[in-house]
Design a binder for this molecule. Structure first.
Ligand code: HEC
Length: 187
């Protein structure tokens, strides 16, 4: 008799676990979609402003422009949500854009190994972190991230003045350059 009572109880517990799993996977999917659109917006904002700066004052001026504006232009993409956003790289130009956490390093390695991986959602300290690949997909990028002999001398001088420990030169077109990192708070 007792057993008969237990059965419905057990199935209720099982059902609610399953509900949690479904909810969790829907949530992950939603955060990934949101991460993709926010980082796309951030990328478009950066490229639009970078292009305008190059047109206005050439590459030398654009280096100074990126030095001052890149971080705040990037952050403007998350002004309406509770998250932080950044670009990170193993060969960073700005010292603040280095890989910092073990998750950063693991995800970076994974993206390096598998060219076809576009983005991923990781969980770190109980918070979701969305990562998306950045490749040097436009020839323009090479004017500041290519071989030094292909960078305008005046622009090169500005890069070296702002970033004495720059690691972000000598890339090839279409090479893997870094990751967008969108860290959700209190999720
Ligand atoms: C006018 C020169 C210039 C051009 C062109 C340029 N960059 Fe950069 N890039 C910079 C500078 C300067 C920084 C450092 C910005 C900062 O201090 O936050 C930077 C930083 C970055 C970072 C962040 C990681 C790091 O190393 O600090 C990534 C990723 C990046 N660039 C990718 C690109 C891509 C992709 C393109 C082409 C679409 C591109 N860059 C074109 C100058 C340039």
């Amino acid at each position: 008799m007792k057993r008969l009572f237990l059965l419905p109880a057990i199935s209720v517990v099982l059902l609610s676990c399953q509900d949690n799993r479904v909810e969790d996977s829907a949530r992950r999917q939603a955060l990934k979609v949101q991460g993709d659109s926010i980082t796309t917006l951030a990328q478009q904002t950066l490229v639009k402003n970078l292009t305008a700066a190059i047109q206005k004052g050439g590459y030398e001026y654009a280096v100074d422009f990126c030095n001052v504006e890149a971080a705040s232009l990037t952050s403007s993409a998350v002004q309406y949500i509770n998250a932080s956003i950044q670009r990170i790289s193993d060969r960073n130009r700005n010292p603040g854009n280095a890989l910092k956490t073990q998750t950063d390093r693991d995800v970076f390695e994974h993206f390096r190994k598998f060219d076809n991986v576009k983005d991923t959602l990781a969980l770190e300290d109980n918070k979701y972190v969305y990562y998306k690949r950045i490749n040097l997909a436009m020839p323009t990028c090479m004017n500041c991230h290519g071989a030094p002999q292909n960078i305008e001398p005046a622009a090169l001088a500005r890069i070296d003045a702002h970033y004495p420990r720059d690691k972000a030169k000598n890339y090839n077109l279409n090479e893997f350059r870094g990751l967008w990192k969108l860290a959700y708070e209190n999720e």
